[in-house]
Design a protein around this ligand. Structure first.
Ligand code: PEP
Ligand code: MN
Length: 243
């Protein structure tokens, strides 16, 4: 197994209270490079929890300072970017549902132009590698220097085992096209099931990924999004010991 130090990104899919946020970060901050937390959730079902919204931004900038750990959020619109920048948040990711649309990606690029933000690009929902490459190119053309690519698997009608099929061969193309970028694996959205997180993490490490994004929540059973695929803080620490 490859022994290089993995970049570790962890945190909840979303939070429904400040208490949930605090309980999660205080237990994992010492073992992570970045804390992730969705504030605005792009839900498939119109009636599902849409995230805590703007009021979470202040909580996130407080914990960033308190725990001296950079916090990353998903942005899907220029308005999200504007509000996040206002709260001094500087690490964003573009979700799979946004990477699919060059108009959205271009608008986000325009909203971060001239700033020193870090931005991560998740693969698009369907396995169109050029769409993913195109989104990364747009950010590079905008002058953004800190970019990472995140493999979160692809939608596939025939897939039985995973929520989103990993496509390890396609990932090689990203590595070859952008050798300078960190390539991160997101076993949580690939698996859709916390039981598979360890095996997917191990696979990613063996394939020379640079890091892992693991959805971790203080109380996954009560999480309002992605409950089945999130691990709790003790499970996260156990995973870190094992990999
Ligand atoms: C997430 O990271 O919580 C998320 C919604 O991811 P994706 O865009 O990969 O579905
Ligand atoms: Mn999620």
């Amino acid at each position: 197994m490859n022994k290089k130090k993995q970049l570790i990104i962890a945190g909840p899919c979303s939070i429904s209270s400040k208490k949930e946020l605090n309980e999660t970060i205080k237990n994992i901050y010492s073992e992570i490079d970045f804390f992730r937390c969705g504030i605005w959730k792009a839900r498939t079902n119109a009636n599902h929890f849409k995230g805590i919204g703007n009021k979470g931004l202040k909580w996130l900038s407080e914990i960033e300072e308190k725990y001296r750990t950079p916090v990353a959020i998903e942005v899907g619109t220029p308005k999200h970017v504007e509000q996040a920048l206002y709260h001094d948040l500087k690490v964003f990711w573009i979700g799979a549902r946004t990477t699919v649309n060059p108009f959205y990606v271009q608008e986000i690029c325009e909203s971060i132009k001239g700033t020193d933000v870090e931005i991560w690009v998740k693969n698009p929902i369907h396995p169109d590698i050029n769409l993913w490459i195109g989104a990364i190119e747009r950010l590079k053309n905008t002058g953004i220097k800190k970019i990472k690519a995140i493999h979160r698997g692809f939608f596939c009608m025939k897939e039985k085992k995973y929520r989103n099929s990993p496509k390890w061969n396609l990932i090689k193309v990203i590595k070859e096209t952008f050798p300078e970028l960190n390539l991160i694996c997101d076993p949580s959205h690939i698996s859709g099931d916390k039981k598979l997180i360890y095996s997917i993490s191990k696979k990613a490490i063996s394939l020379n990924f640079d890091g892992l994004m693991i959805e971790t929540h203080a109380n996954p059973e009560n999480a309002l999004s992605d409950a089945k695929q999130q691990i709790n803080c003790n499970e996260f620490k156990e995973l870190m010991r094992k990999i």
